[in-house]
Design a protein around this ligand. Sequence first.
Ligand code: MG
Length: 224
Amino acid sequence: MNEQRPTGRQSRKSDGRIVIGVDLDNTLACYDELFHFAAHQEGLIEPSLPRNKEKIRDTIRLLPQGESQWTRLQAIVYGPRMSSATAFDGSEDFLRHCAESGARALIVSHKTQFASLDGQQVDLRKAALSWMKAKKFFDPNGCGLSPDDVFFESTRAEKIERIRSLGCTHFIDDLAEVFAERSFPRDVGQLLFAPHGANPPRQDIEVFRTWRELDEFFFHDQRH
Ligand SMILES: [Mg+2]
């Protein structure tokens, strides 16, 4: 095997390895279309509303019982409808490049196990694992991950603790609030995935609009 090393700037472990922790929801899995479709189907939004999860959430929250309508819609989208979510463009290639280059990719997701939906308990973690399997995340010829590389945590604090205990050198997340937590380890590179754009909330946070940009950040030298 070629002794290829990823070139990601910032931190590395003392043995030179890179361990890239990746969030799941709205970082690898894209729900913009699905939230729009499901919200319209449930009669909560007009079809002209942009296909943007934040805009859909803000609109629904203004409805009567908006908060519980939004909670119910999330249970639908992250549960029985998750199979219709897409993977962000380039994310599967990125995971494959990690496997090929010897960087370790791990998925760390803040996701409770169950949500209630119309009197039933829906297993959100099972839905997420089925989605990853369908997207070939665990296929040796696909993304090359193992289900053992996936960690679900019930709270944000537990997610941060997991990022620390796994020895991540970098973490990719769509929520800047995760990086803003005081407990977030300062020696972990903070990479904000912002497909709809964002100003860097702090100087030490790098912002990426696409997975191709992240690919370039870590694997640039192997492409040239
Ligand atoms: Mg997320």
